[in-house]
Design a protein around this ligand. Structure first.
Ligand code: PMP
Length: 409
């Protein structure tokens, strides 16, 4: 099972661009992905041919837009194998989805002394909404300690799980380490004590087949822009009865049932969480991105990323003087530093060579503390990257090492 990467690259117009006089080498798909023409066309078509608001028109154009918007919801349902499309809420992105769970569930259902479990591997968007809930409610935030290699393990999860646990908020794949968390096992254990599980799947859904019924998680969040879709749109999946029992966090048009001067009632999920004009063009773009990724196949994409990762790791090892922080990851993320070179200085060298890599704390400061690093470099691969691009990346790394050796030592 392999993908025809040269053919795939034809689908991404931006890959014809140059950066600083070099062909663009985009190795930052963990931050956001490039967009294929089909997604660009889907958004453009809505804007040029089907523009109208959804759910409110009694005219054909609005019905067409509604069909496209609700069609995208059904595509998401099928992508993650939710039971019904009513379990799919369109949001502004993973951050919005994760905050929605924390505020709708956490602020209403937690009290002083209840416990919320997160991990040291969380992205700020996964963990800060619960830090806020803990501050407001008096609930206690507990961290799953990482094992010696930075993994979340079931054994370490058991050390923090208790009868007081009400929420487990955990990433499926870490945006820094690229490790996959044992979500299914953790969810089963959490349910035994009556806790709910909210999964941050921002780095998982773009890269692997997800089955929310098999995982049995209560909530799952992700963003369209990390899976070839547009920015500004994301998804919150929630088990229907639980989702439908939650209070909205935003109030306004279209989410209401009956409005009175002093009290009002809300529509059923998902609409009670989609106040105002929803992310119509974005959702339609996400639907096109799902079609696109499925036409290539998630297993083939994952295998391609892994092959590039292994090739890059072996080449970095050949260079020497590189610390790799996630040596045994099985996804397309490499977190590393060039010994003796600050990651931001290194990123500048990559940039002059037309290579986009990320440098920083990756919105995961607790993990940077665990790694004892102020920042790391991160290269992340996706379906459109090639071995030749890895070679260019390695050559830039070599130049960076040489340059900074000359300057500082
Ligand atoms: N969780 C993880 C693991 C992420 O990598 C990101 C994006 N870097 C987010 C959450 C937040 O996603 P967004 O910025 O699209 O809301």
């Amino acid at each position: 099972m392999s993908i025809d990467v040269n053919r795939i690259r034809e689908d991404f117009p931006i890959l014809k661009e140059e950066m600083n006089g070099h062909p663009l080498v985009y190795l930052d798909s963990g931050a956001t992905t490039l967009k294929p023409q089909k997604v660009i066309d889907a958004v453009n078509n809505y804007n040029t041919k089907t523009t109208s608001n959804v759910h409110r028109g009694v005219y054909q154009l609005s019905n067409d837009a509604t069909e496209l918007y609700e069609g995208a919801r059904e595509k998401v349902r099928q992508l993650i194998n939710a039971k019904t499309a009513s379990e799919i809420v369109f949001t502004k992105g993973a951050t919005h989805s994760l905050n929605l769970v924390a505020q709708s569930f956490g602020l209403y259902h937690l009290k002083a002394g209840d416990e919320i479990i997160v991990s040291e591997l969380e992205h700020h968007s996964s963990f800060l909404p619960w830090q806020h809930v803990a501050r407001v409610t008096g609930a206690v935030l507990k961290f799953i300690p990482l094992d010696a290699t930075g993994h979340i393990t079931v054994d370490n999860f058991k050390k923090v799980l208790s009868e007081k646990t009400k929420v487990v908020a955990i990433n499926y794949v870490s945006n820094v380490m690229g490790y996959e968390s044992p979500i299914k096992e953790i969810t089963a254990l959490a349910h035994e004590v009556g806790a709910i599980v909210s999964v941050d799947a921002a780095q998982a859904v773009p890269h692997m087949k997800i089955d929310v019924q098999d995982l049995d998680c209560d909530f799952l969040s992700f963003s369209a822009h990390k899976m070839c879709g547009p920015t500004g749109v994301g998804v919150l999946y929630g088990k229907y009865d639980l989702l439908n029992s939650l209070e909205p966090i935003e109030f306004g048009g279209e989410m209401i049932d009956i409005v009175g001067e002093t009290t009002s009632t809300w529509k059923d999920a998902p609409y009670r969480f989609e106040a105002g004009t929803p992310v119509i063009a974005g959702a339609i773009g996400l639907g096109a991105a799902i079609d696109y990724l499925q036409s290539i196949g998630f297993d083939a994409i994952a295998q391609h990323e892994l092959e590039l990762r292994e090739y890059a790791v072996s080449k970095l090892d050949e260079l020497g003087g590189i610390t790799i922080f996630n040596r045994d990851a099985k996804t397309g993320i490499i977190s590393f530093n060039i010994d003796g070179v600050h990651p931001h200085d290194a990123a500048t060298i990559y940039d002059t060579e037309g290579i986009c890599v990320r440098a920083g704390h990756h919105c995961a400061q607790p993990l940077m503390g665990w790694l004892c690093q102020p920042a790391t470099l991160r290269a992340s691969f996706y379906l459109y990257n090639t071995k030749e691009e890895v070679d260019a990346f390695i050559e830039a790394t070599r130049k960076g090492k040489e340059f900074f050796d000359g300057v500082f030592f």
